[in-house]
Design a protein around this ligand. Structure first.
Ligand code: RIB
Length: 336
């Protein structure tokens, strides 16, 4: 699916404000019928803040402990819903109390959860996270029910997709389900955003079905098979991914913003200067917000600015889902 880039930052906040007015004006709500269908994981994050991340064999005494809702799929669904998207989630939860609470919380965010299945006798996903004083993290995931997301479940939900919709997915659920979702989306001529996290080798078929790929630098290096240590590395990785059939590559650069590449255009779109407290889920917030802007038919360059702003706000707060900003906050940061 072709992706258009528009690099004029001056028009961004105006265009997004117009979109915001369109959303909130009942007479024009018909323009917001595009839906974001997220296929992915849901976890409960158990988080300890530490001064430095423990090395192998090392015990580090940390500070506060807190739990928060997480999982890359659910994080992206919540980020998209708060950024103004109309969102449906296809996921698996266990039949435990965590699953009950998660389902209720997702529904309370306004996310359509009809396609979230409860897997009998299975625990919901859990992630153990340590966050250091620079906001960097280490994460270990027990996938639980997430590992049971089957291609049949995804395909049976394919009727959720229409040509104006966006499929948003990641790699924390089985690869065959991600592939089935991407095939179904392409069959419906919907656009596909793949956030390739956690990184793994990917088949060419999947990459050829992806409209926009949103790796961070390490993920881009792993999937493209080239080192990404400098700007040349970014270009090389983007070239390799475009050659394998991706429509557009958006490599997130943390505080530096994002590098955007299509076959016609290259651009680094700067990020926002903020003090990072916890970067957990920042990539998820970026991808969720990007999906909203692209579903709104915002050109890719502007959509990345919107996503940069959302991600910047999220790193100033603790946790993954608790940190995802609302649309008004994102627009305020862009406007400022
Ligand atoms: O991307 C951050 C997420 O990764 C956390 O919420 C955790 O659950 C893991 O899935």
């Amino acid at each position: 699916m072709p992706v258009r880039i528009l690099a004029d930052s001056d028009v961004l906040s105006r265009r997004l404000l117009v979109l915001h007015e369109t959303v909130t004006s009942p007479a024009r709500q018909v323009t917001r019928s595009a839906r974001i269908v997220v296929v992915g994981s849901s976890n409960t994050d158990m988080v300890v803040r530490v001064s430095t991340l423990p090395r192998p064999g090392e015990t580090v005494i940390g500070g506060d402990f807190f739990t928060a809702r997480g999982g890359k799929g659910a994080n992206q669904a919540v980020a998209a819903a708060r950024a103004g998207g109309s969102v449906a989630l296809i996921a698996c939860l266990g039949t435990d109390a965590i699953g009950d609470e998660t389902l209720a919380a997702l529904a309370a965010e306004g996310i359509a959860v009809d396609a979230v299945r409860r897997m009998a006798g299975t625990r919901s996903g859990v992630a153990l996270i340590v966050v250091d004083e620079r906001g960097e993290n280490s994460i270990a995931v027990a996938p639980g029910a997430n590992a049971l997301l089957a291609p049949e479940q995804v395909v049976s939900c394919a009727e959720l997709l229409s040509p104006r919709d966006v499929l948003l997915t990641q790699l924390e659920t089985p690869l065959e389900s991600v592939l089935a979702a991407a095939r179904a989306a392409n069959g419906a001529t919907a656009r596909v955003i793949l956030n390739p996290a956690p990184a793994r080798d990917l088949p060419d078929e999947l990459l050829s079905l992806v409209s926009v790929l949103t790796p961070n630098e390490a993920e881009a290096a792993r999937i493209a098979g080239v080192p990404v240590d400098d700007h040349h590395g970014l270009e090389d990785a983007a070239n390799a991914l475009l050659r394998r059939g991706v429509g557009a590559v958006v490599i997130t650069l943390g505080a530096a913003g994002a590098y955007v590449a299509t076959t016609e255009h290259r651009e680094t779109i700067p990020g926002y200067r903020v003090e990072a407290r916890d970067t957990t889920g920042a990539g998820d917030v970026f991808s969720g917000a990007l999906a909203v802007a692209l579903a709104d038919r915002v050109p890719l360059g502007e959509a990345v600015r919107f996503a940069n702003a959302a991600a910047a706000i999220s790193v100033t707060r603790d946790g993954a889902q608790p940190a995802a900003p609302r649309r008004a906050e994102i627009l305020q940061l862009i406007g400022s």
